[in-house]
Design a protein around this ligand. Structure first.
Ligand code: ZN
Length: 227
């Protein structure tokens, strides 16, 4: 086993091709007529509305005679309107509605996971779990980075900046929260001492999240050894 794979907090190697947790490809192409200029208008959805397997939105499909090769979808309140060419079969309709829902969901996830959203999330976590440490409550910056391959997150206590790897971006919210709280706790205790872990343990899903990250890291290493 690669020695670099052992650390709980370390992610070694390239995971992009082997990480089983990556989201599916949502490329929009209408075969066999070549690439379609499919579009997903960015119509602001209801803030906080989450689309997931438990909560299916109401779908309204509109068929258009003018549409030949484009499919688009947008959110209108609680509904999702999907515009498809009139000649689509029922099977094509089902397939494209599913694809467009995934695409909308992915777009909404991306905007939810902007740097500003990450910073706001960190502030909420600090207020909730580290309320007696004002130093943790106001990090100077919290942002996503793509140049951090060996760590899920990092923190510079002296200038109070926190960076979170883009590899965490697609993970569940409760894992992101753990990674954030870990770095926020470093603003209070820079080392991985018992005092540090006691702070991190205030977050109830700490052990579960560490196991999740360890599993992703191990899967990435196994994937690499296969090639
Ligand atoms: Zn740490």
């Amino acid at each position: 086993m690669n020695a670099k794979c052992r650390g709980l907090w370390n992610l070694s190697g390239e995971t992009t091709s082997t990480n089983p947790l990556r989201t599916r490809d949502t490329e929009l192409t209408l075969a066999p007529h070549g690439p379609a200029p499919a579009s997903v208008p960015n119509v602001g959805g209801t803030p906080g509305l989450r689309m997931n397997a438990q909560r299916k939105p109401v779908i309204e499909v509109r068929r258009s005679q003018r549409r030949r090769r484009t499919v688009s979808a947008y959110r209108d309140g609680e509904r999702v309107v999907v515009l498809i060419p009139a000649q689509f079969s029922r099977a094509e309709e089902r397939e494209w509605v599913d694809r467009m829902l995934e695409r909308l969901d992915a777009r909404e996830q991306r905007s939810r996971r902007s740097d500003a959203a990450l910073h706001a999330r960190a502030s909420r976590l600090a207020a909730r779990y580290l309320p007696e440490y004002p130093g943790a409550a106001h990090p100077a910056s919290v942002r996503w980075v793509t140049n951090q391959n060996g760590r899920w997150g990092s923190c510079t206590p002296v200038d109070k900046t926190i960076r979170i790897s883009h590899r965490v971006q697609e993970m569940p919210d409760w894992v992101i929260d753990y990674v954030l709280l870990h770095e926020l706790a470093h603003l209070v205790v820079p080392s991985h001492s018992a005092e540090f872990w006691a702070l991190v343990a205030r977050y109830p899903k700490t052990e579960r999240a560490r196991g999740y990250l360890e599993g992703v890291s191990a899967a990435a290493c196994l994937g690499m050894s296969d090639e």
